[in-house]
Design a protein around this ligand. Structure first.
Ligand code: SME
Length: 157
């Protein structure tokens, strides 16, 4: 496995298209979940330089902070709370263009302006979520939804 990521400039689609084969290479043959989640965060942070990208894992009916890149974050989120807990409860992706407009948004970092949360579903059960935060309003769109949903599918849970 090559440890160096190739980072490209270009539009969002080009950036994801460049990253996905590299993510497959990083994940290939590695069975350890934490190692894989950590590398996915590292690769996404390196390519896109978002404020925060990371995972929360469902444990004992709470979301518990997993591997991430970015500022320190809240460690536990209850079902239905914030964007993450809502994406878990409803088992669907949430794109939040302005976090101030999302009722119950949990502000782990005051500089976060927009957010996307993707549930990770295995055997019809949400086992965790991927959360991405940006310092820009309206950072995330259907392109991000498409590719980030594909990326979480690459990870064996
Ligand atoms: N903003 C999230 C909490 C997690 S942090 O952004 C990393 C929420 O409302 O669920």
């Amino acid at each position: 496995m090559a440890e160096d990521l190739t980072i490209i400039t270009g539009n969002k689609t080009e950036q994801y298209e460049s990253l996905i084969p590299q993510l497959k290479g990083l994940l290939d043959g590695e069975p350890d979940l934490i190692a894989n989640l950590a590398n996915v965060c590292g690769a996404l942070k390196e390519q896109f330089n978002w404020l925060w990208v990371g995972f929360y894992l469902v444990k004992d009916d709470e979301l518990v902070l997993g591997p991430f890149q970015g500022p320190v974050a809240c460690t536990r989120i209850k079902k239905g709370r914030g964007v993450c807990g809502t994406a878990w409860a409803q088992a669907q992706t949430f794109i939040v263009p302005d976090v101030n407009q999302f009722p119950g948004h949990i502000a782990c970092n005051s500089t976060s302006k927009s957010e996307i949360v993707i549930p990770i579903i295995r055997n019809n059960i949400v086992v965790g979520i991927m959360d991405v935060d940006s310092i820009e309003f309206d950072q995330f769109d259907e392109t991000d939804r498409h590719y980030l949903e594909a990326i979480v599918e690459l990870i064996d849970f």
